[in-house]
Design a protein around this ligand. Structure first.
Ligand code: SF4
Length: 150
């Protein structure tokens, strides 16, 4: 039997603990907005535990797989520039090692825990100006395949 895992809605931050990733968020009704998260993220965000650094941290390839899976259900893709993707993921995982959570590497957390939850990767990037104007998230990790240009 497969084991239950934690999933986070990248649009509204809703968490789900279950055997399968929900396709529709019961809180904000977004489709395919959930992403698998590690136990460390769930512990800190949901249970306000001060996690030991290093607990369940993902390596670059593991998080890359999770992001690939996330993009595969949506109308955006991972940036075809894999060097840029690897560089961005390293920044995200560096934040996880230093600050406990996978904060966006392109923005600076304010120190307000609740407000900074909006900076967890992947964030709700489709509301960002860079997505609307250029078809990319702030960091260029995700791009709109119709508008992507190197
Ligand atoms: S802007 Fe891109 S890299 Fe930064 S948190 Fe959002 S999705 Fe992740």
């Amino acid at each position: 039997m497969s084991k239950k895992q934690y999933f986070r809605c990248s649009v509204c931050g809703d968490f789900h603990y279950g055997l399968r990733m929900p396709t529709i968020c019961p809180t904000c009704a977004s489709q395919n907005s959930y992403i698998l998260v590690n136990e460390q993220e769930a512990d800190i965000v949901l249970f306000e535990k001060q996690c030991r650094r290093g607990k369940n941290e993902w390596r670059v390839e593991e998080f890359l797989g999770v992001l690939r899976e996330f993009a595969s259900h949506n109308d955006f893709i991972l940036n075809p520039d894999l060097e840029h993707v690897a560089f961005t993921i390293e920044g995200i995982l560096r934040n996880e090692r230093a600050k406990g959570l996978k904060y966006c590497p392109c923005r600076v957390p304010s120190g307000n825990f609740e407000a900074d939850l909006d900076l967890l990767c992947p964030c709700n990037f489709k509301i960002q100006e860079t997505w609307i104007d250029q078809g990319r998230c702030w960091c260029g990790l995700f791009v709109d395949p119709q508008r992507y240009s190197k």
